[in-house]
Ligand binder design. Sequence first.
Ligand code: FDA
Length: 391
Amino acid sequence: MTTDYDAIVLGAGAAGMMCAATAGQRGKRVLLIDHNAQPGRKIVISGGGRCNFTNIGTAPDRFISANPHFARSALSRYTPQDFLSLVEAYGIAWHEKTLGQLFCDGSAMQVVDLLLAECSKGGVELALGQPTGAVEHGDGHFRVTTGARTYRAPALVVATGGPSIPKLGATGLAYELARAFGLKVVEPRPALVPLTLGSDEVLFRKLSGVSAPVVARTGKAEFAEAALFTHRGLSGPAILQISSYWRRGETVGIDFLPERARGWLREAKHASPRATLRSTLARSLPDRLAEALADQIALPGELANQRDTKLDEVAARLADWRFHPNGSEGFAKAEVTVGGISTAELSSQSFEARRVPGLYAIGEAVDVTGWLGGYNFQWAWASGWAAGQSL
Ligand code: FDA
């Protein structure tokens, strides 16, 4: 049995629900399909259960893409304030946590309920909990089969996200479909993910649980936030952010004392000549971290015994401590995916594929990835809204 719609949206996540609701409220007959029985599973667990639903500092330079300009149009047409207005219209209490990050006061489930209510306002039909079968295209229509049912529409929106966290139902379907339709895919990599350290840096693993505010750098990217040592390597917001830019084989530089001016250790020697490096570091860093760094630097005795040039060298090492990650914790732990369906294939206005009229791709499936801090949901809302306007 085949049922006809104006549009089929594949993937009832953040972008898919926003797109379906927008198109539905414009009078389109929309079907929203997901293989999970529960829509928006990533929303539910996001932001520690409180959903960091947007960032008021949203700007195109907070997104990674082979084409840094692609996100501009959608981000300027559907802004953080637009989503915030929706949140407020539903009476959802919210707060700004830090760095422009907006969270629900209550539960992330409120955001899922908001999106479902918006879908319902638009008369969107849901087909949940059925594995997606064949997706076919011909005679100006897309046909999607789930179980015994086949659905048909002149427009298909791929909103199945990226492969991060498979246990929540994430798959690479978006890339498979893109390739099947002849669209290029920018190599996907896990992002916003902890990095792992090899045996030569094993000493740092004994610091598991210790965190400190640092500046983390790789290439031209740098983030001033907290880093956390784990039993496998490095995590915490500064490392998650830098992981999106890090490539295998590259180092990550950590400035453990970002507030300190050059020559600070020399000055510390003159102020407290009897202090050791460890005791000096312990004034600004967690004790275990101060001990581990001092052990590695192995500066004998009191600061008074050291030449100023040696102390400057040590200060420089502490300002750019080189870690050599041997990998990341992979898609199993990555909050998002860098890469995806190439933006060169899509209109930045409508998200329609240039060479396959009627085919759209939005959200994390596309090669646009935000920083940590609500940017990825803002991209999902903005791209979903823009596609929903043009279906
Ligand atoms: P999303 O992954 O949300 O939705 C895709 C949908 O497609 C899913 O419902 C999935 O079941 C479905 N699907 C996949 N394969 C399918 C198939 N084969 N057949 C049928 N359906 C299929 N971002 C942010 O801005 N603030 C935050 O607080 C957080 N927190 C956070 C925590 C954790 C633990 C994770 C993993 C991620 C975040 N994120 C985040 C990132 C954010 O969740 C992510 O960027 C968006 O959910 C992407 O929205 P999409 O709709 O594109 O994909």
